[in-house]
Design a protein around this ligand. Structure first.
Ligand SMILES: *Cc1c(COP(=O)(O)O)cnc(C)c1O
Length: 358
């Protein structure tokens, strides 16, 4: 391999983060959320690494589930958005998938379908996110309709938080309260907690946790947090310096000449760009590690290259190792410099970046 841009992924870190999620509520089970190709980490490999211990996997659509079944993953798989079309029901039956039910239309479709063995469904309440889910006021009725079907066995009651990363606000507790109020008297398991709720909202740690981001070792919070700070970053995005030059004060670097040197600057050009998924809107100053030493990007991110400041790292020449985020250089900090969240940095990595597993 000649171009050195790659994402090195530690599967043991993902396992440790899954165990951390479970340790926060040992009585609970957990759906390891591996949608969007396991947030860019490679769903098949991550599922393989967790197959021995994950209680279930969560994906966004049936295509993502079938890829896992095709490679022999037999762990339960939950379709987090349910089915988009009733055509999917025979496949859900055949592959023993669990499906979310978030609308009356889906209940209508289920009523007309006869599977070969009973289905396991998760009934979603819209408790305030207002994206998917049965309204709270209709929830008990929706539950009764599903419970009346002979071909539905277990029904897990679920909802999703809009603001669980905000540990000071009232929105999450209000969603918990509404969910509880409208599930009183229904004897079924509950599932509320995504990563921020698993880490930061103990009352939301009910029967089934649904950690996603935290499995990969990024924090869902902007501020330091005692539990999130125990996560182990799983991905190290790396490449190497492919060219070096000195520029004079007043000279600029890259497209649009957006960064201009105010001293003699040693510029390193690195094989990484927005064609790899590194965000184009990363500002000059976004930290990188060069041979383990902190430096920063200067100038605009191009499709295949990024320029970094090597002025204070004189021994770093062509071939020097560059880390864009990783174990000691947290993706959360990089996300802040790019006005985004770790979720997008991970999921936007393109197919050009080889995933290397250790
Ligand atoms: C994506 C998703 C999750 C995981 O969210 P994180 O914030 O990444 O932990 C949990 N539940 C549902 C319904 C989701 O769609």
């Amino acid at each position: 391999m000649s171009r050195k841009a790659r994402a090195v992924i530690r599967l043991d870190a993902i396992r440790a983060n899954y165990r951390l999620a479970k340790s926060l509520q040992p009585a609970a089970k957990a759906v390891a959320v591996i949608k969007a190709d396991a947030y860019g980490h490679g769903a098949v490999t991550v599922a393989g690494a967790l197959a021995g211990e994950a209680d279930a996997f969560g994906v966004a659509c049936i295509e993502e589930a079938l890829v896992l079944r095709e490679v022999g993953i037999s762990t339960p798989i939950l379709l987090l958005e349910g089915f988009f079309d009733r055509d999917e029901l025979p496949l859900i039956d055949q592959h023993q998938l669990w499906t979310v039910i978030h609308s009356v239309e889906q209940i209508n479709a289920l009523e007309k379908f006869t599977p070969s063995s009973p289905l396991h469904v998760w009934l979603k309440m819209d408790s305030g996110m207002h994206r998917l889910g049965v309204p709270a006021s209709d929830y008990a009725k929706a539950y009764s309709r599903l419970a009346a079907l002979p071909h539905v066995d277990e029904i897990v009651l679920m909802s999703h938080f809009a603001c669980a990363d905000d540990l000071q606000g009232n929105a999450t507790q209000a969603q918990i309260d509404l969910f509880r109020q409208h599930t009183v008297g229904i004897d079924a398991r509950h599932s509320l907690a995504n990563s921020p709720a698993t880490l930061g909202w103990p009352p939301a740690r009910t029967d089934w946790l649904r950690p996603g981001l935290m499995l990969y070792g990024a924090s869902p919070f902007e501020e330091p947090h005692p539990e999130a700070d125990r996560l182990q970053p799983a991905m190290s995005l790396r490449s190497e310096v492919i060219a070096v030059r000195d520029i004079e004060p007043g000279e600029s670097v890259g497209y649009g000449a957006s960064w201009t040197a105010d001293r003699v600057t040693r510029v390193g050009t690195v094989a990484m760009g927005y064609g790899d998924g590194y965000p184009r809107h990363a500002r000059s100053g976004t930290p990188v590690l060069v041979n383990g030493v902190r430096s920063r990007i200067i100038g605009r991110v191009s499709m295949d290259m990024i320029t970094v400041d090597l002025s204070d790292i004189p021994d770093a020449g062509v071939g020097a190792d560059v880390e864009f985020w990783g174990e000691t250089h947290w993706i959360n900090e990089v996300a802040g410099w790019c006005d985004t969240i770790p979720y997008t940095l991970m999921t936007c990595l393109t197919a050009r970046i080889p995933r290397v597993y250790i």
